[in-house]
Write a protein that binds this ligand. Structure first.
Ligand code: EFW
Length: 249
């Protein structure tokens, strides 16, 4: 997956290019990140990248010519990489990112992700150059870099081959659309609290059913809204009913 990033702080992205699952994906060429910094397209002595808002008011906006210079260069980069990318801008005004959205983004023919700073970017640039606005949640951040990294991490995990077997435990089929089940590792007892016996039984079918039941039950308790938008198969319905009976008992 090829991703071009337009950002004033490209070095921030080392958080995902140099570490963990995403770092390994970059090393293995499953994820390719390229950066364009608007400051490199400044023509004035002070290399200005911000500009004052029409209508006054506090704060600045991204300077249009430097932002568009970087964006144009990123488009050339995408073309050189043989991609026809969607251009994405991160803002609280965007479509809310969820697992389905991450899965959808991972199927695109590359992305160009624009991370804004200051109070944002000129609306005419949004209309002319941005294909989709996305949000990682209903809160305001100082820049689009962290949301961009959250989005890239989430979609990278949906790229085939990125999650090895050791990473993919939580990606089992029933994890889609449900909250994750509880997890346990050594020691067997912590402060008198034991690991559930089923997990020590070695009976993989019982373990699968226990985990599915826990995922269904947790989703029912903590995020009932997630259950409203899905139909349960016979086994899932039975397990959830068992969980509810045990919970209210
Ligand atoms: N919730 C989010 O995804 C989000 C995205 C961006 C953001 N802040 C940037 C800084 C200036 C403008 O580009 C927007 N805050 C929150």
């Amino acid at each position: 997956m090829w991703i071009g990033v337009v950002s004033l702080f490209p070095e921030m992205f080392e958080a995902i290019t140099r570490h963990g699952v995403t770092g390994r994906a970059v090393e293995r060429g499953l994820l390719e990140l390229a950066f364009w910094n608007p400051r490199d397209y400044a023509t004035d002595r002070h290399r200005t990248v911000d500009d004052r808002p029409y209508g006054g008011g506090p704060g600045m906006l991204m300077k249009v010519d430097t932002l568009r210079g970087a964006l144009a260069a990123a488009r050339v980069g995408a073309e050189s990489a043989g991609r026809r990318p969607s251009v994405i801008y991160l803002s609280p005004q965007g479509r809310r990112l969820d697992q389905a959205g991450a899965r959808e983004l991972a199927t695109r023919d590359g992305l160009i992700v624009v991370a804004g700073r200051y109070e944002g970017i000129d609306e005419r640039v949004v209309e002319a150059d941005i294909d989709e606005e996305w949000s990682i949640g209903d809160y305001v951040l100082s820049g689009g870099e962290l949301p961009a990294m959250v989005m890239i991490d989430a979609l990278a995990r949906e790229v085939p081959g990125v999650l090895g077997h050791s990473d993919s435990a939580s990606e089992d089929s029933f994890a889609d659309g449900l909250l994750d089940c509880p997890h346990y590792t050594r020691p067997e007892v912590i402060d008198g609290h034991r690991v559930p016996d089923v997990l020590l039984s070695g009976n993989h079918e019982l373990i699968r059913r226990w985990r599915l039941k826990q995922s269904l039950g947790r989703t029912w308790l903590r995020r009932p809204d997630m259950l409203e938008s899905r139909t349960l198969d016979r086994e899932q319905r039975k397990l959830l009913d068992e969980f509810i009976d045990e919970h209210v008992a």
